[in-house]
Design a protein around this ligand. Structure first.
Ligand code: PEP
Ligand code: MG
Length: 761
């Protein structure tokens, strides 16, 4: 069918109605009060494309397109959109849309009902594929002629440059992605917000409700700090609530547009939801959860004192274990056979596979425990198959540690001799928090496994002034990082991207394959900036110590240095090999032109302001304008940079991010990769703290954003100090974002309280 009322659509109709449409249909069918509406189905779009004869023409344009040629892409996108907008809608389709719109007006009881018109794209073979946010939504439309026009605009938005680019990058065939259009009555709510039917951070069985004045946009977009209420689902008793100072709201103007306005003074600190409304919402939440059989993340609105539900989706950030019965662990009775540093928390059991040479990686089957001297980038696929990882070498910021934290795999590093003591095919259990390896494979309680519910916090509950971001080393992990509710990516490492290439970046340049290198970088960076858009992502230019890249094709030519940590890496190396830096900047420039304005560049191992000047010049040479197009900053990883940060500020930086992993090793003369001196490695050494404090103070004085992305930023007790010092953002490992956010919130509140108490005295 071409046009369907919500009443005739269910959650199984994603292929017809797109995800959004199917969801609204499902709620309507379940008797949940949803503002009424209809769906112009994906089939209608297909009919339009075929009946008007424009389909082949559009596919021809798409076939010849080079998506990496921005101008060409934009020109083609514009041309396709024009073709669609200019094509008259066949009368049989427009008659059906008019009929549905008139029926809607009649149902609501007004002459021309105000509607929202939203795109809901779907892929033929993969109806669940996500195209969220890529196509257009139009609000406050009325009149049947306009409705038809805007439906066609939604269809045309399937060919925005960004959407074409995304489909090509993700191998979706253009001809198999369709678009349904949702037409729904706009409710001009007095109050609105979101409701989680369980606590999304802990899985606790309480309703967490957030609400503010006006249209729901204010809460959903994060423009306002809403009131928060926790309601017991059994007794409907309000367990806890917080009334926020609600400064802004969205309202509808007489011309139909929405506008952000100040909340009237008398409403700012007034409680939004009454007890009766909270009970009504909680009851509704229970009903929806029961219907779907899983906890839900919903949007609601009160309009004319009547509750409407606008959206419901599963809470994807919850782990099964949060509601599971906890099993008993018999860990105390086991014998510790190897000790090292706890590098990635969680417990795991499995069969030991010792990897001495890279060509032995196939030995690792799903669920094994990898034991090796130290991991290298080309071991990552095998690391992914492992239940746990144990290394002889390394400290808590070594390759194995960083990657396993991001993969969510328990890991013990720096054991000294695990590859000798552990025997091939023996069963072991590891405790990645305490750094212990036990003999035997035993049952692990769900509580002790890597707990996704800890990793994946909701985006909603805690709002802090100090931003809490995530570090990303593997682009594939971006979604997991985003699910923590992080305010952006404070460190996107490049090194791992080279793994997917399997080839040393220099080799691309030597073989005249720069284009390929740019493409690989673009594809990888895209995975992160797209997931996080519009939240900022700071891309750290390549920092490749010579010893870590030797196993890549072309890596044979890497020099053998006595001390790679003090050697040819970071910006000093990039300035010696500017072609690689150029390729990185070209990739960023192209993404910037695709509309990814959320990328920043961060220069590693900065030592002298001269390097910054040269790096900016190279960016400009490829047409990427530091500070104008993108934020440009440095990492403070050498005592030199911390001690003369003013000079970098004078030249111009948008931010300085403390790389305490390196800053600590260079301040204390302790090789971070050497387990023999791991006990001497201390990020809280007074000398390191002095450098950190100086950097934050000087940045604050100059109005430059200060941040941290080293491991110290994942340690709550250090974060407390950083907040006191006035740091602007903290970027933590994915597994630590939730804890760090709590610490930041508590530290900020303590500062406010202390100040208030002082004033009283
Ligand atoms: C650091 O040095 O603190 C840092 C974040 O960079 P990396 O660990 O990649 O050297
Ligand atoms: Mg570093």
């Amino acid at each position: 069918m071409y046009v369907e009322k919500f009443e005739s659509i269910s959650k199984d109709d994603v292929g017809i109605a797109g995800g959004k449409g199917a969801n609204l249909g499902e709620l309507t069918q379940a008797g949940i009060p949803v503002p009424p509406g209809f769906i112009v189905t994906a089939e209608t779009y297909n009919k339009f494309m075929n009946d008007t004869g424009i389909f082949d023409n559009i596919m021809d344009i798409l076939n010849g397109i080079d998506i990496n040629n921005t101008k060409e892409l934009q020109k083609s996108a514009k041309k396709i959109k024009e073709i669609i907008i200019d094509a008259p809608i066949p009368e049989d389709i427009s008659a059906l849309i008019i009929e549905a719109y008139n029926a809607l007006c009649q149902k609501v009881g007004v002459e021309d009902v105000l509607v929202a018109i939203r795109s809901s794209a779907t892929a033929e073979d993969l109806p669940e594929a996500s195209f969220a946010g890529q196509q257009d939504t139009f609000l406050n439309i009325y009149g049947s002629e306009s409705v038809i026009d805007y439906v066609r605009k939604c269809w045309a938005s399937l060919f925005e440059a960004r959407a074409i680019f995304y489909r090509e990058e993700n191998n979706f065939e253009h001809s198999k992605v369709y678009i349904a259009v949702v037409v729904q009555e706009m409710v001009e709510s007095e109050k609105a917000g979101v409701m989680f039917t369980v606590n999304p951070s802990t899985g606790e069985d309480v309703a967490l409700i957030e609400g503010s004045w006006g249209l729901g946009e204010a809460v959903v977009s994060g423009s306002v700090t809403p009131d928060t209420y926790y309601v017991d689902k059994k007794s409907n008793e309000i367990l806890n609530f917080n009334i926020a100072d609600k400064k802004v709201m969205f309202e509808k103007l007489p011309n139909g547009e929405t506008k952000q306005v100040d909340v009237p003074e008398e409403l700012r600190n007034k409680r939004v939801l009454s007890e009766a409304e909270l009970v009504e919402l909680t009851e509704m939440g229970k009903r929806i959860q029961k219907h779907y059989g899983a906890p839900q993340d919903t949007e609601w609105a009160f309009y004319d004192n009547t509750l409407f539900m606008l959206q419901s989706r599963p809470i994807t950030t919850l782990d099964e274990s949060s509601s599971n019965e906890k099993e008993e662990s018999d860990i105390e009775n086991r014998e510790v056979i190897v000790r090292g540093l706890g590098a990635s928390p969680g417990m795991a059991a499995g069969t030991v596979k010792i990897i001495k040479k890279i060509d032995e990686l196939d030995k690792i089957k799903n669920g094994d425990i990898m034991v090796t001297t130290m991991t290298t980038p080309d071991m990552v696929p095998a690391m992914k198959r492992s239940n746990g990882i144990i290394t002889d070498e390394g400290g808590i910021t070594c390759h194995a540690a960083i990657i396993s934290r991001e993969l969510g795999i328990p890991c013990v590093v720096g054991t000294g001799n695990a590859t000798e003591i552990l025997k091939e095919n023996n069963k072991v259990t590891i405790d990645g928090k305490k750094g212990l390896v036990f003999e035997g494979e035993f049952q692990i309680s769900e509580e002790n496994k890597q707990d996704e519910s800890v990793v994946a916090q909701s985006a909603a509950p805690i709002i802090t002034v100090t931003e809490v971001k995530a570090n990303v080393s593997m682009p594939e992990a971006a979604k997991k990082a985003f699910a923590t509710g992080a305010d952006g990516v404070g460190l996107l490492r490049t090194e791992h991207m080279m793994l997917t290439a399997g080839v040393h970046p220099n080799k691309f340049i030597q073989d005249n394959r720069e284009d390929e290198l740019v493409k690989i970088l673009m594809e990888n960076i895209l995975k992160v900036v797209d997931v996080f858009y519009p939240k900022p992502v700071w891309y750290r230019t390549l920092d490749a110590p010579t010893d870590e890249f030797q196993t890549l094709e072309g890596g044979e030519e890497e020099p053998h240095e006595h001390n790679p940590m003090l050697g040819w890496r970071g910006i000093r190396r990039e300035l010696d090999e500017p072609e690689i830096l150029k390729a990185e900047f070209k990739a960023i420039k192209k993404l910037y032109e695709q509309g990814y304005t959320n990328i920043g560049v961060m220069i590693p191992l900065s030592q002298s302001p001269d390097e910054l000047i040269k790096a900016k010049k190279i960016a400009e040479e490829v047409g990427l304008r530091p500070h104008k197009d993108i934020d440009f900053g440095i990492m403070v990883e050498t005592p030199a940079a911390a001690l003369i940060i003013e000079e970098f500020i004078d030249i111009g930086i948008d931010f300085a991010s403390l790389g305490t992993n390196d800053l600590t090793q260079y301040t204390l003369a302790v090789d971070r990769n050497n387990e023999l001196v791991a006990k001497n490695y201390n990020e809280e050494h007074p000398a390191v703290l002095k450098l950190i404090e100086r950097t934050i103070r000087k940045c604050n004085e100059a109005g430059v954003t200060s941040s941290i992305c080293g491991q110290a930023g994942s340690k709550p007790h250090i974060v407390e100090k950083l907040v006191e010092l006035g740091i602007n953002s903290v970027s933590a490992n994915t597994d630590a974002v939730g804890d760090v956010r709590h610490t930041v919130a508590r530290s900020e509140q303590k500062l406010i309280l202390d100040a208030a108490r002082k004033q009283k005295k």
